[in-house]
Design a protein around this ligand. Structure first.
Ligand SMILES: CC(C)(COP(=O)(O)OP(=O)(O)OC[C@H]1O[C@@H](n2cnc3c(N)ncnc32)[C@H](O)[C@@H]1OP(=O)(O)O)[C@@H](O)C(=O)NCCC(=O)NCCS
Length: 287
């Protein structure tokens, strides 16, 4: 099956509208038909136009509904200064007139209102390294909704968002405790840049990266023809094991290379445990 056929037939996407928040001057550098998926003109939202206000407020509501419990909800200026202007936000939504009551209630939207209700978003910011992007925000309300199974929505939003901005290399930061690691690892083994990050408000943050090849994006989205070879884990880190994080960080700063080869696994006393493997050679082109 061709990548375009696979994406267009993807069950999670049926009935959902892709959207993009980006300025017109950033948009000219983007791929607005990722794997043949088209974004309707009305869902190309320009944050420098005042008509974007309502939708941007709903994105903020999506962010606080999903991130709120994790303790890192964002303010509007953070979206505008750090993501909308330099980068882009891509995601999927449902028109209010087609939305079930569950969704209207959650976002406090009237059924007659002409607005897209966002279910997921992926925000990314360009870096000074050519074609390299940094993840700014990933959220999906898919698993919280009862009216339909949206499994895969977070991963699809990240993969298609990276295709839209035409990223070649990707960097991201997340917490050792985050369930989002289950999304990120779908893009292949994750090269570790930091394992202990006191410059971040959460020092138990890890910084990771991968190359955004079509192979990586399609494998992440579950295309059956694409997969990865994953190194065997050599050690496991639990979300509160600061000593192990610092030891690994010291090794990284001394020039050793490590990756998270595969998904976190369950642990009897912790949220999960995260596998680590050393990289004998430079497997990643952006090092
Ligand atoms: C993390 C988040 C984006 C996942 O969205 P989603 O739409 O559920 O993601 P997907 O359906 O694509 O799931 C991808 C994988 O994550 C797993 N996953 C999702 N939520 C999970 C949870 N609460 N616990 C364990 N695994 C979870 C899924 O099972 C799936 O793995 P599998 O295919 O091996 O079963 C969403 O839960 C969210 O918005 N969380 C709050 C914000 C956040 O933490 N953002 C990430 C910042 S780095």
């Amino acid at each position: 099956m061709s990548p375009d056929e696979y994406i267009q037939q993807h069950l999670t996407l049926q009935g959902l509208e892709p959207f993009l928040v980006a300025t017109s001057y950033n948009r000219v550098n983007f791929n607005l038909n990722p794997y043949g998926l088209s974004i309707k003109q009305e869902y190309l939202i320009d944050p420098t136009h005042s008509a974007s206000e309502r939708f941007c407020d709903l994105l903020l509501a999506l962010d606080s509904t999903t991130f709120g419990p994790e303790g890192m909800p964002m303010d509007k200026w953070v979206f505008y200064d750090i993501c909308y202007m330099p980068g882009a936000v891509f995601g999927f939504g449902i028109q209010a007139q087609q939305a079930p009551q569950e969704l209207l209630d959650l976002f406090k939207v009237d059924a007659q209102e002409n607005v897209l209700i966002p279910l997921s978003m992926y925000g990314a910011i360009p870096m000074t390294q050519r074609d390299a992007w940094m993840g700014h925000n990933l959220c999906s309300i898919g698993s919280k909704l009862k009216f339909r199974n949206f499994k895969g929505l977070g991963t699809l939003s990240k993969a298609l968002g990276l295709k839209v901005v035409q990223a070649k290399e990707f960097y991201g930061a997340t917490q050792w405790s985050s369930v989002a690691l289950n999304v990120h690892i779908k893009f292949g083994p994750l090269k570790l840049y930091t394992s202990y990050t006191p410059a971040h408000s959460e020092s138990h943050t890890l910084t990771y990266g991968f190359s955004c090849t079509d192979h990586a994006l399609l494998a992440a989205m579950g295309h059956p023809d694409y997969d990865f070879e994953r190194p065997a884990p050599e050690q496991w880190i639990t979300p509160n094991d600061q000593e192990a994080m610092i030891t690994l960080q010291d090794q990284i700063e001394a020039g050793e290379h490590f990756c998270i080869p595969s998904a976190p696994q369950s642990h009897p006393d912790h949220k999960h445990q995260v596998p680590i493997a050393s990289l004998a050679s430079k497997l990643f082109t952006h090092l």
